[in-house]
Design a protein around this ligand. Structure first.
Ligand SMILES: [Zn+2]
Length: 124
């Protein structure tokens, strides 16, 4: 498959590669969120550029291994963040920071502007 220059692929484009990585460590891939669910304002989930993958049932050491493998496999194309109970994977776009990297405004936002977030809310 070839994409014309400038076409932004959906995160779905990468699921076969992600699934192959999961299989390489003998786990089944379970997608827990695409455009559904609750995410932060401006999340790439809402435009189809992010996906969450279940980590429940995967030993912690295997989560770390999977994280390293996914980051290597998707390097330069997607960011992979290991959150409390899932992987958040989003397309890497030129000029945008990796998710989870604090910005000046994010490190110390005014208290009144901090959104309340459920414990399982994806931060990506
Ligand atoms: Zn997410």
């Amino acid at each position: 498959m070839t994409f014309k220059r400038g076409v932004i692929p959906s995160v779905l484009h990468y699921l076969p590669e992600i699934e192959a990585v999961y299989r390489s460590v003998n786990y089944e891939l379970l997608v827990t969120s695409l455009m559904d669910g609750n995410h932060r304002i401006g999340s790439l989930h809402y435009v189809g550029l992010a996906v969450d993958l279940r980590t429940r049932g995967i030993r912690h050491i295997d989560q770390l291994r999977l994280h390293a493998l996914l980051r290597e496999k998707l390097k330069g194309r997607c960011y992979v963040v290991l959150e409390r109970d899932h992987f958040h994977v989003e397309l890497a776009r030129p000029g945008t920071p990796a998710p989870g990297k604090p910005t000046a405004s994010a490190t110390n936002p005014p208290r009144a502007s901090r959104p309340r977030q459920a414990r399982r809310l994806c931060q990506g």
